[in-house]
Structures are given as C-alpha cells and as structure tokens.
Ligand binder design. Structure first.
Ligand code: ADP
Length: 197
C-alpha cells in the first residue's frame, strides 16, 4: 500500500563546509520552520568507503558529472585537456567523484532523515540550485554560499554547497537504508499534525 503523503521521507547531510561554518542549527531551523520533521539525526566522521558507496557508481551518473565539468570549462575558456590531462567525460567524471570523496571526508558530517509532506521536493527547494552561485536568495545555498563549478574546477575540488539532499523518492530510500538502521529512525507527531492544515 502506498504511504500517506505526510510520511514521505528524504535523506539530508550537512556537508563539511556546513558543519565547519556552524550552519547545522540554521539548516535544521529552516526545515522545521516548514513543518518538516527530523526523524533521525547523527554526527559522524565518514570513511572514504562509506562516501564511495553513497554516490552512484553507474557510468551514466559519472559521465554526467564529467559533462558538467566540461561545460564549465568550455564556458569559461579553460582547456580541459591541458588542466586535467583528458577531455573524456567519463574520465573527468571519475576525477570529480574523487574530489567529492576528498571533500566529504574532510570533516564530520551530520546525517538526517527528514519526514513530511513532499519531503524530497521540499528539501531540494529549500537547498536551492546545486551551484550556490546560481541558487536563489532565500535558499540555504543561495543565502550562505557563493561557490561555483568555475571556481571549484579551477581549484580541482568539489563544489562546496553546504548540504546533500536526495533527488528522488527512490534515491531517498536507498540513502536512508545506507546511512541508518531502522531502529535509528523515529516516529512522532508534530503538534500541527494533530490539527487541520
Ligand atoms: P546535487 O548534490 O544537487 O544532487 P549532483 O548530484 O549533480 O548535485 O552532484 C553531487 C555533488 O557533486 C554536488 O553537490 C557538488 O558538491 C559536486 N559537484 C557537482 N558538479 C560538480 C562539478 N562540475 N565540479 C565539482 N563538483 C561538482
């Protein structure tokens, strides 16, 4: 049976830049303000292996990362082959994935399961565009970060964008199962759930 829409869950992680800038509380505040509830939460130091398992391993996803980097290089007139030694999107995607593992293991992370109406889309909307420089003001990334692919790729590192949030309900299920055991995810009603909208 399909779940009640109020029970939709998503996975969110405060990335190293969010933790080190003391933005964990502000990020949670913005979620709770929208009636989303934190049903699991924990700070931990991830291993490289755990992060490797977190990000998709299929070539389509990796090529997409590479393609985005190539687009950035073309847009800003950088020579991908000269700077990265290749202009193959899969090879560059693997490189970016490696930068992501370096970034995500550089400090403790705060992982959470967030539940509520349209949780997946709501959290992505609150997060804003993947590239902080393109994220709308009023979103977490737009208000607190200014990083971009142009800067990050020039410095051969992943884009620092404060949080990770699942993109689809299927991805959320997979990520929640990867990062939490069922007994770590809690059930409770927020006060307004007992009232009418
Ligand atoms: P999102 O995190 O918004 O779902 P993606 O799945 O496209 O975005 O990418 C995963 C993460 O990889 C991003 O959050 C960002 O930290 C990093 N990233 C994405 N594209 C690039 C890029 N071109 N160069 C460097 N890092 C990138």
């Amino acid at each position: 049976m399909a779940k009640h829409p109020r029970e939709e869950r998503t996975f969110l992680m405060v990335k190293p830049d969010g933790v080190k800038r003391g933005l964990t509380g502000e990020i949670i505040r913005r979620l709770e303000q929208r009636s989303l509830k934190v049903v699991a939460i924990s700070m931990f130091q991830p291993t490289r292996e755990q992060i490797h398992e977190h990000y998709p391993k299929d070539e389509t996803w990796i090529s997409r990362l590479g393609e985005k980097t190539l687009t950035t290089y073309a847009k800003y007139g950088y020579d991908a082959k000269a700077e990265l030694g290749t202009d193959d999107k899969l090879e560059i995607g693997k490189m970016v994935r490696g930068w992501l593992v370096d970034y995500m293991t550089s400090a403790p992370l705060v992982k959470m399961v967030i539940q509520g109406v349209h949780a997946v889309d709501m959290v992505r909307k609150l997060a804003g565009n993947t590239m902080p420089s393109a994220a709308e003001m009023g979103t977490i990334r737009g208000d607190y970060s200014v990083d971009s692919a142009a800067v990050a790729n020039k410095e051969k590192r992943a884009v620092h964008n404060l949080i990770h949030a699942s993109e689809t309900a299927e991805e959320a299920e997979h990520e929640i199962a990867h990062w939490f055991s069922p007994d770590e995810v809690h059930a409770y009603n927020r006060a307004e759930e007992d009232l009418q909208f």
